[in-house]
Design a protein around this ligand. Sequence first.
Ligand code: SF4
Length: 280
Amino acid sequence: MKIKRAQRYGFCSGVRVADIKVRRFAAKGGIGAILGQVVHNERVVEEMEKLGVRTVHSLEEVKEPVVVFSAHGVPSSYHEKAKALGLEILDTTCKFVYDIHKESRKALEEGAHLVFIGDPSHREVVGYTHDLTQSSYHVIASLEQAAGVDWRAYGSIKIFYQTTLNAEEYEPVARAIEAANPRTSRADTICYATKENQEAAMKLAMDGEVGVVIVIGGKHSANTRHLFEICSKLKPCHLVQGASDLEIAWFDGAGCVGITAGASTPDYVIDEVEKAISLL
Ligand code: SF4
């Protein structure tokens, strides 16, 4: 079976740095707990637990001396809360996420109403919005939601995107807000790593030789799901977390298999899936 990998796939720089920081911490005997998954990948989470850094879902659950903030970032108030609880912080927040925190704070100080296009329950978006007063922002996930707001009520509007969104898919949402209020500007916050992985995935799925595409990544990873959505519009496509999810029937008459992976998928999982396909 011929296998082609997308030109760009897998860990982005932010996740790679977060992963390295936590592993170094564990290797030095550090005892800590990660608030939320360090990256959205169940395999990485399991591995971290084996290294002695378990995942928790609230600061109150942390019994260890150190709390790890993941690449997605946290609300600023969590830093103060962690200190008040006597916890040390290992901060692995991606620098691009910090840029959005800074830029949105600045826009707010300048009097803009903030719009975050994305999933309101995604931890990155919670990080941006948790500390804001409710009247100062909207989180918009669809065109219908955008149509339900009277945008003319705001003096100016600044749009931010959750970093891992598919830009094209949400373009109509941004346009609808701009059309309703001409004093709207956008911050270009879709991450380059996401864009590059998405473009490469589309190119792979468009490749005439590729009969089926396998997207590798965590079930809860937003960017992995976006890669799956892009590829499945063009070719038969399957999302797997690892080699054990592969089904032989998917490859019947496929000839050539395309492989891509989400930004939170470790290299060894990609290698493992590729090897399993090559042995089919
Ligand atoms: S996808 Fe981009 S913004 Fe998100 S963690 Fe990775 S490098 Fe940072």
